[in-house]
Design a protein around this ligand. Structure first.
Ligand code: GLC
Length: 613
């Protein structure tokens, strides 16, 4: 006779009640613990009865492919099934624009581009395709959508937001939740969505984040030996403005907080979101991870959120000098699962001490565990802990790449087209193509791709913009490519295309004092312009950049954001196979003086929100 909690014909409430009644304190605390995969083995996950493991940005197996991903995750799932009560482990990843850590996965445009597409049905379809690719690797949880409403584009997470407009963010965030969850949460292709980062992560004030200590690097993400955010690189980065805005203070009234930043969470909850990630940032004089009023009284009480709250990466460590205080403050504020992510033994033993000495009540622990178990039962993990391995054939499939190509077409915004230089003629005798973004998937995909901050180069498979252009023209020898614009003497053409690219980044590593387009990019376009009658500039970036002066010399200008692996979506537009339909989801400022949005007076921007030819 199996225990009631293992009986799939029983309702979730009864299964949870039965299971909770059987659990020891250690098993309950294990369910509240999430460790990152480089810090815990499957055996240790079993020994400590840990309920969740994650891959942070770049937390990949080596070699990195869908099969090795599936095997890596399965080792943790199987270890958990050997625990006393066989409570299934849930594995979480940041699949924020496709299953973006996995080489070979389809990479979709980042949210800033999907915001410009203004197409909720498209976003839902992207969520569904992403969920299938994520589930193929045995992963049933993604930390997406970010439903930030970024108000200052100097923020390194601007591109993770759909836009500056609350209604747009609410509409598209809800669409992604529906897509990820699909028809039935218990299906193995349903992936748990996480609305993040609660609350007002996009409303912080420049300069209010914590000063960066280069020696404190591990707190800021995976410090790979040559990562751009290692201490020696960091001195340069600090001079650029990193970590000035991210994790800062949202110095706004409760009225503004509720009007601008809260609606996307209501929409996500209505769409069925059952997990919410709490923000590193602060509001009302408190770090969000200690904000009991917003986390428990408002979100769980007033708004009736039934799912569970997960912390951000080591975020509770910032609450106090004393770890037991960090734990008590965050869990009593309403956190249910803690993304530790490294020292899970210390977390478990300290939370156990807090429970035994009454710093954290057993009732609070039971509530947290009940919320987590309800979601695990709803996902069908107890009844089917593994997904169908046949799904592996869907990763990077032609159908998903066609969907991504459609999304690229709909996300690019045409901001200038003097003298109708676009669309280009397929039979133009010659086209010059320059710029570091023309033939580089890394620059096309941007941050959160294969590695935490992304990186230039052939980081995965897909189609570059140049490959799309070559495939589109009639004659083979028509297209001449020189990334730095150094074409052979005397080489001229009717049209030159220059693909500029912002260096990829993630989180606070992308915060900047200044967003003016680099001088060398302006000079590159000038060099190409000397050889061509007309020049078309395409910008790959995570946000609007200041281009006001040089724009006068550009005949056409396309904001392509970070479009992902299907660069032929852009050549489809350049040659007129499809019309440009994208509309700006962020105001495009004329100068730095017009940032943040609140500094901008109506009608003074370079291009207003919603603009697009
Ligand atoms: C990061 C990000 C969060 C992400 C988490 C796991 O610090 O703030 O968006 O989901 O850690 O990678």
């Amino acid at each position: 006779m199996t225990h009631p909690y293992l009986n799939p014909s029983l309702d979730v409430e009864s299964r949870v009640a039965d299971l909770l009644g059987r659990m020891t304190l250690a098993e309950k605390i294990g369910q509240m613990t999430q460790a990152e995969k480089n810090s815990i083995t499957p055996q240790a996950a079993r020994g400590w009865a840990v309920g969740s493991v994650l891959s942070g940005g770049g937390g990949n197996p080596s070699p990195n492919n869908p099969k090795t991903w599936r095997a890596m995750v399965q080792a943790y799932l199987d270890a958990a099934l050997e625990t006393r009560l066989a409570i299934p482990l849930i594995y979480g990843v940041d699949a924020v624009h496709g299953h973006n850590n996995v080489v070979g996965a389809t990479i979709f445009p980042h949210n800033i581009g999907l915001g410009a597409a203004r197409d909720p049905a498209l976003v839902e379809r992207i969520g569904r395709a992403t969920a299938v690719e994520v589930a193929a690797t045995n992963v049933r949880w993604t930390f997406a959508p970010a439903v930030s409403v970024p108000q200052d584009i100097r923020w390194g997470r601007t591109y993770e937001g759909y836009g500056e407009n609350t209604e747009l963010v609410a509409q598209l965030g809800a669409a992604l939740v529906r897509g990820l969850h699909g028809e039935e949460l218990a299906q193995d292709t349903a992936v748990l969505a996480t609305a993040k980062h609660f609350l007002a992560d996009g409303g912080t004030k420049f300069g209010t984040s914590r000063p960066v200590d280069p020696q404190a690097m591990p707190q800021f993400g995976n410090v790979a030996p040559d990562a751009p955010d290692t201490p020696e690189h960091l001195e340069t980065a600090i001079a650029q403005g990193v970590w000035q805005l991210d994790q800062g203070v949202a110095d706004i009234s409760e009225a503004e907080l509720r009007a601008v930043h809260l609606p996307p969470y209501l929409a996500a909850m209505e769409a069925g979101a059952l997990s919410i990630m709490v923000s590193f940032s602060s509001w009302g004089g408190l770090k969000m991870h200690a904000q009991k009023y917003l986390l428990t009284e408002v979100l769980k009480g007033e708004l009736g959120f039934r799912g569970f709250l997960i912390s951000d990466w080591g975020a509770i460590d910032q609450l106090d000098r004393d770890y037991i205080a960090c734990i008590a403050q965050s869990i009593n504020a309403g956190l249910d699962m803690i993304m530790v992510p490294y020292h899970y033994e210390n977390f478990i033993t300290t939370l156990t001490r807090a429970a035994e000495n009454g710093d954290v009540s057993l009732a609070r622990i039971d509530d947290a565990v009940r919320r987590i178990l309800q979601v695990k039962f709803a996902l069908g993990l107890f009844d089917r802990p593994h997904t169908d391995p046949a799904l592996l054939g869907e990763v990077g499939s032609a159908a998903h790449r066609a969907l991504a190509r459609e999304a690229v077409r709909k996300s690019a915004v045409l901001l200038k087209n003097e003298g109708g230089v676009l669309p280009l003629s397929r039979s133009a005798p010659r086209l010059l193509v320059a710029g570091r973004g023309a033939d580089d998937l890394g620059y096309q995909c941007g941050g959160w791709t294969i590695e935490w901050m992304g990186q230039p180069g052939q980081i995965t498979n897909g189609t570059t913009i140049l490959e799309g252009i070559r495939a589109a023209v009639a004659g083979a020898g028509q297209v001449i490519h020189a990334p730095d614009g150094d074409f052979a003497a005397g080489v001229t053409a009717g049209v030159g295309i220059v693909v500029l690219a912002e260096e990829p980044y993630a989180e606070g590593m992308g915060d900047r004092f200044d967003l003016t387009i680099p001088e060398e990019d302006v000079a590159l376009v000038e060099r190409v312009k000397e050889r061509c009658q007309k020049v078309v500039v395409i910008l790959l970036s995570g946000r609007p950049l200041i281009v006001t002066e040089p724009l006068a010399n550009w005949d056409a200008f396309v904001a392509a954001w970070w479009p992902g692996t299907e660069g032929n979506g852009l050549s489809d537009l350049l040659f007129g196979d499809y019309p440009f339909t994208g509309k700006l989801s962020y105001t495009w400022p004329r100068s730095m003086a017009q940032i943040p949005r609140s500094a901008l007076r109506e009608g003074e921007s370079l291009f207003p929100y919603g603009y697009g030819l």
